[in-house]
Write a protein that binds this ligand. Structure first.
Ligand code: GLU
Length: 334
């Protein structure tokens, strides 16, 4: 299979480790997103690797003007400076198109005519009721054709993909139990341990390009991680259940799967995960002392040693201490 997403074969000059922090510019960094930023930076430094920042601004209606620059300033105030100029997803549409074309030509993606209401009606007809916050799998309405309706979005055929892989391995006589085993995707998270998901039954055939012509996060993130030679993804645990979809796409595009580490989340007083959507406060980084205490809170979420002298406002010293602690915790074999 080709690597049409523009990945070059890894040259011996490329660093052994390349990590990234990939904020969506929907608002400033808050206490939760700083944990992911700090963890990805520490992991890169602990491996003597490179650390990149990628601005994930494909979902343009959710992006806030000026937020990306503000996030970069917040990172710099915390001493987290990328090793190369940040990449912006909004400039990378041609790469995503190339990847989609490749998936379509391999028979792994298909056009979908369903509106959100069509999907909900089909799910209801199957007797599925939506639980709070839970997404139901796409019922597969357009998998075998559009039946004369115009295509609106593009979906990855997760339902058939694992079985096609199995057939390529010449597995004969698929019994029901074998089929269940084949559909399960396993991966090793460096903090959470062995994980598994049956993508077809958990989420179904997922969207690659939306009806409003915006690129879906799943496709953009896989293309960019491959294109930028990312070896290690370190990000918040709220994204852990996206990983199997991303691994399927990597397999379909013939690009390497990075290692994954999902960091603990930060919860607000209402018990909900801190997020821009539920009104998390922007970090107060007005001077080095404030930046250091924000970093110290993030470090403690990551289980790192509290600072011996919290009043010493030296961010580089604190970061060096945490790199050493991180190295002890996370540099083992995975
Ligand atoms: N852009 C995503 C976010 O801000 C992170 C994506 C990733 O790290 O894979 O939640």
């Amino acid at each position: 299979m080709t690597t049409g997403v523009g990945t070059a074969p890894r040259s011996p000059d490329l660093p052994r480790y390349r990590g990234r922090f990939a904020p969506s510019p929907t608002g400033p960094l808050h206490a939760g997103s700083l944990v992911a930023a700090l963890a990805s930076w520490l992991d890169a430094r602990a491996h003597d690797g490179q650390w990149l920042v990628r601005i994930e601004d494909v979902d343009t209606p959710r992006c806030v003007p000026g937020a990306a620059d503000f996030i970069l300033q917040q990172l710099a105030a915390c001493g987290l400076v990328p090793d190369a100029p940040p990449q912006w997803q909004s400039a990378r549409g041609a790469l995503y198109q190339r990847a989609l074309d490749e998936l379509v030509s391999q028979g792994h993606a298909y056009p979908c005519a369903c509106s959100r209401k069509d999907v909900e009606d089909a799910q209801a007809a199957l007797g599925h009721a939506r639980e709070r916050h839970a997404a139901l799998p796409y019922p597969g309405t357009c998998r075998r054709g559009l039946h004369g309706r115009p295509g609106r979005s593009w979906r990855f055929n997760a339902t058939d993909f694992k079985q096609k892989q199995a057939l390529a391995l010449d597995i004969q006589a698929l019994e029901a139990t074998t089929l269940i085993a084949i559909n399960l995707l396993h991966w090793q998270d460096r903090r959470l341990g062995l994980q598994q998901q049956d993508v077809a039954s958990a989420v179904g055939d997922f969207v690659l390009r939306r009806a409003d012509e915006l690129w879906a996060y799943q496709l953009a993130v896989v293309v960019d991680d491959a294109n930028q030679g990312i070896t290690d993804v370190v990000r918040g645990a709220d994204l852990a259940d996206n990983t199997p979809r991303q691994i399927l796409l990597q397999q379909a595009l013939g690009v390497p799967t990075p290692r994954y580490l999902h960091t603990p989340l930060v919860y607000g007083d209402n018990g909900e995960k801190l997020s821009k959507q539920n009104g998390a406060q922007a970090l107060d980084l007005r001077d080095p002392a404030h930046a250091l205490s924000a970093l110290a809170r993030a470090a403690s979420v990551l289980g790192l040693t509290p600072l011996a002298h919290p009043n010493n406002n030296c961010i580089p010293d604190a970061l060096a201490l945490w790199v050493a602690a991180w190295r002890r915790n996370y540099n083992g074999p995975s």
